[in-house]
Design a binder for this molecule. Structure first.
Ligand code: NDP
Length: 256
């Protein structure tokens, strides 16, 4: 996969990118990589200490390429918070070119465990969080006459597994919402879904159900690194303005 490298991101190709869920895993890798490639990244999540550490560890590479990484406290379940983050990016850089809707949680369990609060949390973060991002960025992209939505969905947007009914349901929804957005959007706005397989991150830490946690240990044994997913995002961003990468599915070769 050809992706941008710091030395070949021309100033005209540098973008202002808001990444949600940038405090760990895939979001942190996306934010760090894009900043190192010369983009101005606004990195949002609730754990601002993690974001500050990411900004520090990225500063040198970002400075070399003309990029940057600015932390912003963000809870995607709060519509006003998401709107404020988009506005923060505009205040800092005058525009927003890309929204990477990545924030997600995955407290897997069988439905008969009745962990209803966890179902609600997945719907709030994985679905409502995405919708809040669209609501905040769509008018901005329309007014600018350009923009790019990148949704981090999942292999779980394509197949359901036991303990994954609600999580996969939220990812099917994320896939459908993003595809609907693509069909409705003006051609000046690009829309991409990235569907990762098993990636090394903190995602499985949100599982409280002991059976689901045990099953996940074997399932996640062959995880690939989050920078691979960052590379897929970078690839989608780097295409010419008239090219829309609609979906990229990336999984470990060992994952069936
Ligand atoms: P991590 O748990 O490492 O990262 C999840 C990120 O989401 C964190 O930065 C967390 O930040 C953020 N987040 C959670 N809740 C909220 C919230 N309410 N508001 C803002 N940010 C929030 O997991 P991954 O990196 O793996 O997950 C990233 C995305 O990738 C998710 O959408 C996940 O479903 C998807 N995915 C992951 C796969 C994998 O195997 N890892 C496979 C397929 C898809 P904080 O807690 O600081 O707010």
């Amino acid at each position: 996969m050809t992706t941008q490298h710091p030395e070949n991101t021309k100033p005209a190709d540098r973008k202002v990118v808001l990444v949600t869920g940038a405090s760990s895993g895939i979001g942190a890798a996306v934010a760090a990589r894009l900043a190192a490639e010369g983009h101005q990244v606004v990195a949002g999540a609730r754990r601002t200490g993690h974001l500050r550490a990411l900004a520090e560890s990225t500063a040198e590479a970002a400075a070399r390429s003309g990029g940057g990484l600015q932390p912003v406290r963000l809870d995607v379940t709060d519509r006003a918070d998401v709107a404020a983050s988009v506005q923060a990016a505009r205040d800092l850089h005058g525009r927003v070119d890309v929204l990477v809707a990545n924030a997600g949680v995955m407290p897997l369990s069988r439905l008969d465990s009745l962990l209803v609060d966890e179902w609600d949390r997945m719907i709030d973060v994985n679905v409502r969080g995405l919708l809040h991002g669209i609501a905040a960025a769509l008018p901005v992209f329309a007014a600018q006459g350009s923009g790019h939505f990148v949704t981090v969905a999942s292999i779980g947007a394509h197949q359901v597994v036991p303990t994954g009914a609600v999580y996969c349901g939220t990812k099917y929804a994320a896939w459908a919402i993003t595809e609907g957005l693509r069909q409705e959007c003006d051609p000046s706005i690009r829309v991409t879904t990235i569907s990762p397989g098993v990636v090394d991150s903190e995602l499985a830490d949100t599982i409280t159900d002991p059976g689901a946690a045990e099953a996940m240990r074997a399932y996640r044994a062959h995880a690939i690194g989050p920078d691979t997913i960052a590379g897929a995002v970078s690839y989608a961003l780097a295409q010419p303005a008239d090219v829309d990468v609609n979906e990229i599915v990336v999984r470990p070769v060992r994952q069936r």
